[in-house]
Design a protein around this ligand. Structure first.
Ligand code: TYD
Ligand code: MG
Length: 452
């Protein structure tokens, strides 16, 4: 008897035993679709036929660390946790047009030059189109094998015959299996194709990279549907109007999960950004009201970023709270703390908050920089010149110490900042990088010191 079918949300990948109009997991409407069960597992179909017994290994026998191959693109290797792992499956998600194919073609060329046998399969472009892109990127000399195909049966046959070290599938939403009835891009097809490819990769020691477009609306299954099947999930992000692109590890079985790699999209492809702080602050002029420089940590490395706030009288009864590059819920919390602990009200005022350069900040230490930007905009008074801020704010208005104080200060010192406003803590070890430090224990104290 076949396994009964599952119902899967194409937005978040959650599985249910029955259909409903709204996904209980992510709250989206009309995203649940019936999905064919994955290839028949050990069910009754095996009957009484005997299998062969497995090779057992005990814990004491030393399994070596998974072999890794570095691409030589540091920004990529760091996010991977040192390089590509053999027999692993990697998913690279991102908005259409953000640069996933460009990134992977450039990476493929580097891996191929490093001696890996690389096969790049595109379901979106013809071989000629990929060659044109390679020409633009100056990669035509690289020994990467290209194929334009969407039939998974043909692709598996090719993978079987060619036995590459690295196979890139661009994108998983264009692939289809002839054993699955629904259309390419449907939850059933995407799941089945990803399942086939990952099991092949594990079995044959191939490093597999799959591209998944993030789908805002419409009927395509998003990359989240396959997240749980792969070892590593990277997201390639950025604002369309900006040239910066961030590669962020979302899940990583073989490395840290919060690393980022920074790239710049140019007319000749992506280039690595070795000093992102300088880039994210490059548009900054003189100190203006509403601007605050945050000394942050993303993954393992310090990044300075500028928060920009604008506060204006609201024309509506429901003032706007608009935020780009930061968490909207967190903004609401900071506004509430400012109001109830410092008596600074934003009632009747629209509030806009941006991170300059299209960066998205996830470090909780950004609270103080946000509060600084908001108050500075509200009071129409710039923050002190050449000053960085960081610190987490609690609901009581207290400033909590954060991690890696020395690294934050060092990065700020390197970029010419002379003063830091930070949470009061036990004496920072390792020095203050020559910065004048202004330790604060709570938000009311901060408000009084700067705007009192
Ligand atoms: P692409 O890699 O095709 O995006 P994705 O695979 O994520 O859909 O990138 C497409 C965009 O990148 C497109 O708008 C053109 C731009 N681009 C450059 O700016 N420079 C380049 O060298 C290349 C190849 C693309
Ligand atoms: Mg593409």
């Amino acid at each position: 008897m076949a396994k009964s079918s599952a119902y899967v949300c194409r937005a978040c990948g959650a599985e249910f035993s029955k259909w409903s109009g709204r996904c209980e997991s992510c709250g989206a409407w009309n995203t649940i679709e019936e999905a064919q069960p994955l290839s028949e597992g050990p069910g009754k179909t095996l009957g009484t036929r005997r299998g062969s017994s497995l090779t057992l290994t005990d814990l004491a026998s030393k399994e070596e660390a998974p072999p890794r191959t570095a691409s030589g693109v540091d920004e990529l290797d760091r996010v991977l946790g040192g390089g590509l792992v053999k027999a692993s499956a990697l998913l690279v998600g991102g908005d259409p047009g953000i640069g996933k194919s460009t990134l992977l073609l450039q990476a493929a060329a580097r891996f191929a030059r490093g001696g890996l046998k690389v096969l790049y399969v595109s379901g979106e472009e013809s071989a000629g189109q990929i060659q044109m892109r390679a020409e633009r990127l100056g990669l035509t000399e690289s020994p990467v094998q290209l194929a334009a195909a969407t039939s998974l049966r043909d692709i598996m046959t090719t993978l079987d015959a060619e036995a590459p070290d690295l196979a890139i599938i661009d994108s998983i939403q264009t692939m289809w299996l002839d054993t699955v009835e629904s259309a390419p891009g449907s939850v059933s097809q995407v799941r089945a194709a990803a399942h086939e490819l990952t099991s092949f990769a594990k079995r044959r020691g191939v490093s597999l990279v799959m591209v998944g477009h993030v789908t805002k609306e419409g009927t395509l299954a998003g990359p989240r549907v396959v997240e749980h099947m792969v070892d590593t999930v990277l997201y390639f992000e950025g604002e369309r109007g900006h040239q910066f692109r961030l590669l962020r590890a979302h899940k990583n079985r073989f490395g840290p999960a919060d690393e980022i790699g920074v790239f710049e999209m140019t007319g000749r492809g992506l280039i690595e950004v070795k000093n992102p702080s300088a880039l994210f602050l490059s548009e900054r002029g003189e100190a203006v009201p509403g601007s605050a420089v945050f000394a942050g940590i993303e993954g393992s490395r310090p990044i300075l970023a500028e928060f920009q706030a604008l506060v204006a009288p609201s024309a509506t009864a429901q003032p706007r709270r608009s935020v780009l590059g930061w968490d909207g819920g967190r903004l609401a919390m900071i506004l509430a703390v400012l109001e109830s602990r410092c008596g600074v009200t934003f009632a009747g005022l629209d509030v806009y908050l941006n991170v300059a350069g299209g960066l998205r900040i996830s470090d909780p230490a950004a609270d103080l920089a946000v509060a600084g930007a908001l108050m500075s905009a509200r009071e129409d008074q710039p923050l002190p010149e050449q000053t960085v801020l960081f610190g987490e704010i609690s609901l009581s208005g207290a400033l909590r110490p954060v991690t890696q104080t020395e690294n934050r200060l060092k990065e700020a010192g390197k970029l010419g900042f002379t003063r830091a406003i930070l949470p009061q803590a036990r004496k920072a070890r390792g020095g203050d990088a020559g910065l004048q430090l202004t330790p604060m224990s709570d938000l009311p104290g901060f408000a009084a010191e700067l705007f009192g």
